[in-house]
Design a protein around this ligand. Structure first.
Ligand SMILES: [Zn+2]
Ligand SMILES: [Zn+2]
Length: 332
């Protein structure tokens, strides 16, 4: 188990270790050590491997740094956002810790009313996939993939909200909607825990706001600028992948990659295209969960351009007379 230790400008310690959240996805767990207090940031997915590696990670931190940090003596559990690879391990953590749990209010219901949210989110996604031009067999397949692993989590109570402008033990929160409605970055002195907002290598996943409010590329790009305006960030620690040495440079790279993708979508839509067709042209043939990710990513870009009048719906008549229309987008 690889653990890392970072020291902030004011001498606070951040420990970090990875867990295998899903077979193909590693997520980072962080521990903020502030004097005698310890705050856990994110919990992994709750799948057996992830839970075991969470325990192993605590043990590895104790072994490597001689600090008696335990799940049983946590002072708070901070959730960066309402995605299952970050909060799914909460029921497991709860077996050891009664520490208060905090998350941004826009993501609280996913954690505390999961069963209800799951049903509503699944229905919205289904409608989205239909309008995107996916046939019924492909849609059914997508929904099965989407719901896999989402049945394991059980709702947990949340004790407090993370709020921008209201620091918690001198941890400063920045609300950065886009990748997730309640996405938060946590500033500990000069180190920013960037969660899934800014990652070292991949461009964080985008989904359209038409599926979930406060997601979408427009919010996301504004939120990148928000972090870009925070002065003196020396290091970024993301929810996945390696540390980000140059947060400001990385923000610019991510913006460039979205702008290129937007240009590409406009090119693709020189003749009318469904979101499914745009997705295929952008990302080629994908499989299993990656098909869904590609459809959401493509849709987020189409939506951004449509909202701004750069794309128009090309098949208005069909949309008007059909109950469940597939929308064709064309450069306006
Ligand atoms: Zn996420
Ligand atoms: Zn994630």
């Amino acid at each position: 188990m690889t653990t890392s230790k970072f020291t902030t400008a004011n001498g606070r310690i951040i420990y970090r270790f990875p867990v295998r959240a899903f077979p193909e996805l590693i997520a980072n767990i962080h521990l903020i050590r502030d004097g005698e207090r310890t705050f856990l940031v994110d919990c992994g997915s709750g799948l057996p491997d992830s839970n075991q590696q969470l325990l192993d990670g605590f043990q590895a931190v104790r072994d490597a740094y001689g600090e008696d940090i335990r799940l049983e003596t946590l002072d708070a559990i901070l959730l960066t956002h309402g995605h299952i690879d970050h909060f799914g391990g909460l029921p497991f953590v709860r077996q050891f810790s009664q520490a208060p749990v905090g998350i941004h209010q826009l993501d609280v219901r996913v954690v505390s009313n999961y069963e209800e949210r799951r049903v509503v989110a699944a229905r919205r996604l289904e409608i989205y996939l239909e309008q995107a031009g996916l046939g019924s067999a492909a849609r059914e397949n997508m929904m099965a993939i989407y719901l896999f692993a989402k049945g394991l989590y059980r709702s947990q109570e949340v004790q407090f909200f993370l709020k921008e402008g209201e620091p918690f033990h001198d941890i400063h929160f920045f609300h950065v909607p886009g990748h997730c409605p309640g996405q938060m970055c946590l500033l500990v002195d000069d180190v920013m825990l960037t969660a899934d907002h800014i990652l070292g290598r991949i461009t964080p996943h985008q989904a359209p706001e038409s599926i979930t409010l406060n997601m979408g590329l427009g919010h996301y790009l504004d939120s990148l600028d928000k972090i870009g305006r925070v002065p003196n960030i020396r290091l970024g620690l993301g929810g996945h992948e390696e540390p980000v040495e140059d947060v400001y440079g990385r923000i610019e790279e991510i913006k460039v990659s979205h702008n290129k993708r937007l240009e590409r979508v406009l090119e693709i839509c020189s003749t009318p295209k469904t979101i499914a067709q745009v997705s295929k042209e952008l990302f080629g043939e994908r499989h299993t969960y990656h098909v869904l990710l590609a459809l959401e990513e493509a849709g987020a870009h189409v939506e951004y351009l449509y909202e701004r009048g750069e794309l128009i719906a090309a098949n208005g008549e069909e949309i008007e007379r059909t109950t469940h229309p597939v929308i064709q987008y064309e450069r306006g």
